[in-house]
Design a protein around this ligand. Sequence first.
Ligand code: ATP
Length: 539
Amino acid sequence: MACEEEGHPKLQFPLDSESYQIIDEIGAGVSAVVYKAECVPMNSIVVAIKAIDLDQSKADFDNIRRESNNMSLLSHHNILNAHCSFTVDRRLWVVMPFMSGGSLQSIISSSFPDGLSEQCIAIVLKETLNALSYLHIQGHLHRDIKAGNILMDSIGCVKLADFGFSASTYELSSGHESCSSTSSSPLVITDESGTPYWMAPEVIHSNTGYSFKADIWSFGITALELAHGRPPLSYLPPSKSLIMKITKRFTFPDSENNSKKGKTKNFSKAFKDMVASCLDQDPGKRPSAEKLLKHSFFKSCKGLDFLVEHVLHGLPSVEERFRVSKILREGVDVGVDYEDVDGESGSQLVKHRRISGWNFNEDAFELDPVFTSESKDDPIGKQVRFGGETIIPVKAGDSDGSANPGGSNLNLPEAESSLISSPGGVGEGVNDGSHGEEESGIERIAGNESGVDSTFNAETVVGYLMTLKKSLDDQMQKVTYMISLLGGEVINREDQLVQLIEKLRLELEHERQKNFELEMQLEMLRMQTSGPSNTDENN
Ligand SMILES: Nc1ncnc2c1ncn2[C@@H]1O[C@H](COP(=O)(O)OP(=O)(O)OP(=O)(O)O)[C@@H](O)[C@H]1O
């Protein structure tokens, strides 16, 4: 099984929308919709068309066009080249080969919610690295490496797609932006410069410019995404998380820690090491794509057949997956009310905390936020400082904070995080470290009440629990709605009781009926037995 080789003769695709027959919608991005279509004049060959709304997209149209022209000159079997592009009203249509497996993001979200196996990840990442290495050697950055931009076809070929945000380093260095990691003229980061969760810290802070190594960071995040089924911090809303990561407050709900705690998959040392090298805070220490390809993690990589068997086999079609995901998106928005969380009005459920960045936690195989500790008026900050050792354990070896210049490197267990995220600062204040390790979060609250924590307040806890209950009720409603949308039936407790009462009533009715009949029969018998004597008497 082999993917299409470089140097394949290019076909001339028509540049008018009438030549294409839309078959189905197969994806939707931030400002684009992706269709499966047929190119009628070309033997109805199946293609994918990405229709980018130029009014919604903040990307500069000339840049996109220039970039797609540049990219059409690239040729590599792991890079998805567009067949052609043209405008249709206020949309840019990018016609490209149809990759029947769709993106790795759509594959994991539909069929591998907890991530792919390490063997499959190795194959996907190796193929992606081939593309990245080629791009970098050609002097291009991709700038939007993520599972959503890695596509697979029916024979397991993996291709890196979507150069909408990528930029030629040559163009940048000769233009107004800089790519040099040492440049003094910073790259201006806008919402279209990649996707926040996958962005390297130096790109977010934008004070050192964008280099090839930022693609390597995103590659490391993509590895985590394939391993866990989602990128780190993905419970935060994408655009807001970017802002929050830089200047504002970061929220740390329990769910993230619970999921971390509950299912810890075992990953090999080689895999962890490879990802850790990509997620080094210092871009200069991250390996190049070429060097990464030589990493031991990729040594005994299996062939594409393995992907076909273990990923594509039995997978619903890309259009089917999109249909389901659309229903789910429209039906429910279960989880945090982001507006509330972010808004100054504030949610009752979470406490906000400032972060200065994040560190890769090799044990948890996750990114851990690095909380700032300088904010003196921040009660939670106080908690970190005062209770750092007991309430919030610092990663082994980091207890002096030396390995963690931005603040404490936190890996919050379930109970602790629920204390931190409670309103009114449950568990705030000084913890003198006298509580045993076996104590639960609740016990700690009780312990704090006995003198250590003067801020403990039962009313606050009740308030917190009430808010939590309300949130659970809301989620219950949304899930019920979603199930009914999908044709399922959910019977709530009240209806269940009504049904039970009705059943009992019917049973009672039935019993009464039976009793009545028996009584009637008895009466008849009585009449029969007493009948003759009566007759005799009458006679
Ligand atoms: N060439 C293609 N062949 C098959 N499916 C595709 C193709 N291009 C995109 N898709 C499908 O469409 C979905 C959306 O693609 P798109 O590039 O808009 O998404 P995205 O990269 O996740 O979003 P964005 O780039 O806007 O953040 C993909 O997840 C993929 O499943």
